[in-house]
Design a protein around this ligand. Structure first.
Ligand code: NDP
Ligand code: OXD
Length: 310
């Protein structure tokens, strides 16, 4: 009998994913009935992205696993009705997109591009940027995305420090963990990139105290999640010059409300949660491959550890 796979996401995603998922399952020789309306008790798997629909997972008594189309799982991991194993999204296009977005924004600030893009008034004012080797960067979060970004920046010549929950070893990156490690990693860094998940352990990780450890005039780049930053502390630090500019892709409330002070702030760049997009073709293949392996008895890949929330 065909495996019944429920697609639980907003309408627009169904039109993007239906055909790549169908093709990926077929390519892997899986007999799948993919639909948006399987009865809960006959559903074998759920493919999920945050939306206003599915909130109660308890009727899905025969569901073997859930595949998130998002890398960040904070909207589902705290759902108490969820007991099935949950896999987060990892795929090469998502990683490539994040590396490009982070590298672009790091280089913007490193080279001081705004100075010339915004001022073509005829003033000849040569300010030569330092070389990357003289600009320490810290990447908070050394998961799939953090490692890829940290190593790319290291290859460009930046001295890169990274910070994670568990102690790690990453080629080209000086790695830290723990509270003391966080302080050392931040101390004197001129650019901070946030690629942590939103969990109770990471809320307001950038606050008045930790912002104060960075070099004066540092740049913040946050494609991770909004709650990683204490917004009021950041606005104060932008006001007093401790932080020169913040490029923010993610926010506590999305879309960012029109009257939020970030929109009009001259030292803040808001981008609308576009740092890295999960692309249907490769994401569909990753889900299908993971599901096929799990059906064969292999461990679920990219398994979320509920005890730590990511
Ligand atoms: P991973 O789960 O692979 O990595 C998370 C990293 O954060 C790990 O290094 C982990 O440490 C570290 N971490 C988690 N909790 C703590 C803590 N309390 N203290 C220190 N370090 C901690 O995630 P990804 O790299 O795939 O993605 C990172 C985040 O990027 C996502 O959770 C999501 O929020 C965001 N994202 C944003 C997108 C956008 O378009 N803006 C797109 C995709 C993702 P350890 O290595 O020890 O486990
Ligand atoms: C994700 C995201 O988590 O797009 O995948 O933010």
């Amino acid at each position: 009998m065909a495996l019944r796979v429920l697609f639980a996401a907003r309408d627009a995603l169904w039109s993007e994913y239906e055909s790549p998922l169908t093709a990926a399952f077929a390519d892997l020789g899986l007999d799948v009935d993919l639909a948006r309306d399987h009865a809960p008790d006959v559903t074998d798997y759920i493919i999920y992205a945050p939306h206003d629909g599915l909130e109660d997972f308890s009727p899905y008594v025969n569901c073997k696993a859930i595949f998130s189309l998002w890398a960040g799982v904070e909207r589902i991991v705290t759902n108490r009705t969820l007991t099935q194993p949950l896999a987060k999204m990892v795929n090469p296009d998502l990683t490539a997109g994040m590396v490009e977005w982070v590298t672009g924004h790091v280089m913007r600030h490193h080279l001081g591009m705004d100075r010339h893009i915004l001022d073509q008034s005829g003033t000849w004012d040569p300010v030569v940027p330092p070389l990357a080797q003289d600009r320490p960067v810290v990447v908070l979060g050394l998961g799939t995305l953090g490692i890829a970004c940290a190593q790319t920046l290291a290859r460009l010549g930046f001295p890169v420090r990274g910070w994670s929950r568990r102690t790690k070893s990453v080629d080209g990156v000086v790695c830290y963990s723990g509270d003391k490690g966080l302080r050392i990693a931040l101390e004197g860094a001129e650019i901070a990139v946030l690629l942590l998940p939103d969990t109770p352990g990471t809320t307001n990780i950038l606050n008045t105290e930790t912002l104060g450890l960075l070099a004066r005039g540092a740049f913040i780049i946050n494609p991770g999640r909004g709650p990683l930053i204490d917004d009021r502390a950041l606005l104060r630090a932008l006001g007093d010059g401790q932080i020169a500019h913040a490029t923010l892709d993610v926010f506590r409330v999305e879309p960012l409300p029109k009257d939020h002070p970030y929109w009009a702030h001259p030292k803040v760049t808001v981008t609308p949660h576009i740092a890295a997009e999960t692309r249907p073709e490769t994401a569909a293949f990753e889900v299908a491959r993971n599901l096929a392996g799990f059906e064969k008895g292999e461990p679920l890949q990219n398994l979320v550890d509920r005890s730590v929330g990511y």
